[in-house]
Ligand binder design. Structure first.
Ligand code: WQD
Length: 339
């Protein structure tokens, strides 16, 4: 059974390809290598002893997308990760984000409609909720005006899919709303490869721990939380990857209750920034150099998932802890810095 994974050399995409190949699927990866590297193919192959088919393509070029699907019309499912995902960058470059994240989704769906099997998994995000009024956050929480063009592309993306499914009853889609993916594969063959200064907390922590960064800035110590720092739901990327396989198998088996479903993917536990730092210190045995500074523009106070829908309907729950994720991130950082 052939599955297309767009953005399959990226952080979550590559971990999902590993889990798909472990389940016996044949995987074709499309990636434009704008935020990933070709070596990730070797990492996936080393873990699974199977080399995925890889095609370097810019999904903004409609003719190339059409040509791809002509050559691979036996695809039975698409997992669509390919998108730009840096919140801050999206504020500075909104049109680049709308072009890259929306246009490519439209082209993907247009081609999907031409396949025999039309199963589609969409990489969405808890950013669609903004600062939810109630915690933990359920899938019924209201969708709030996006805090960034990046978050808006995820909201618009879900609406495009919803409208497509409304008029194409044979298109079956699931949107997966990630909380905060962190960590790396336990084999240390693949992991997160942030380019430049990391925007996200955990890669900044591990780069500080390894000595690449002088000090971690903790953005805000005066939030209304247990220790004054923001709360997030940090989910191990391997747990997250497994959820994609389970969601795809749900559609292939025709077990979905409607042809557009959406699920929160989180641990259900919130952790503060200081708790994340304490986790790093526990697993690494190192004290982390950090300093509490001003809040970061656009940050919400707290977000963590209510997981019963994913647990009971999707039949998936996280198995790995914050320490497991932080330990895997630390081992990965040491591996890629050859320490
Ligand atoms: C987490 C917490 C920061 C860096 C974003 C996107 C989300 C998803 C994950 C793509 C916050 C604090 C961070 C640092 C810090 N991306 N922090 N010092 O902002 O929750 O989510 O990335 O899908 O869509 O919105 O993740 O890791 O940037 O921040 O104190 O150097 O760590 O203030 O409280 P975020 P993050």
């Amino acid at each position: 059974m052939k599955i297309l994974v767009t953005g399959g050399l990226g952080f979550i995409g590559s971990h999902t390809v590993v889990e798909l190949q472990n389940e016996g699927f044949e995987v074709v990866i499309i990636d434009d290598l704008s935020n990933s590297s070709i070596e990730v193919v070797d990492g996936i192959t080393a873990i699974t002893n199977k080399k995925p088919i890889f095609e370097k393509l810019d999904l903004k070029v409609k003719l190339d997308v059409q040509d791809f699907f002509k050559r691979h019309n036996d695809i039975i499912g698409v997992i669509h990760f390919a998108a730009s995902k840096a919140v801050g960058e999206s504020v500075a470059e909104p049109l680049m984000y709308y072009e890259n994240n929306i246009t490519t989704l439209v082209y993907m769906l247009q081609e999907l409609c031409g396949l025999t099997k039309k199963n589609f998994i969409f990489s969405s995000s808890c950013t669609v909720y903004g600062q939810a009024d109630e915690l933990p956050i359920t899938e019924n929480a209201p969708i709030k005006p996006a805090e960034s063009p990046y978050g808006n592309t995820k909201q618009i993306g879900e609406e495009i899919i919803r409208d497509t499914c409304k008029v194409n009853s044979d298109v079956n889609a699931i949107a997966l709303r990630y909380f905060n993916p962190i960590g790396a594969h336990p084999s240390t063959e693949i992991g997160e490869l942030p380019i430049g200064v990391p925007q996200n907390l955990v890669p900044y922590i591990t780069q500080t721990g390894i000595g690449m960064r002088e000090q971690l800035s903790v953005f805000g110590g005066d939030y209304p939380t247990s220790d004054g720092t923001c709360i997030r739901d940090y989910i191990h990327v391997v747990d997250l990857a497994k959820a994609h396989v389970i969601a795809l198998q749900r559609l292939i088996a025709g077990n979905n209750d409607s042809n557009f479903e959406y699920f929160n993917l989180g641990t259900g536990t919130g952790s503060t920034v200081l708790e994340a730092i304490q986790s790093f210190e526990r697993v690494s045995g190192k004290a982390l150099n950090y300093k509490i500074v001003d809040r970061r523009e656009g940050d919400i106070t707290a977000a963590y998932a209510e997981t019963s829908k994913a647990n009971n309907v999707l039949g998936w729950k996280t198995e790995l802890t914050l320490d497991d994720a932080m330990d895997s991130a630390w081992k990965w950082e040491q591996k890629i810095r050859n320490k």
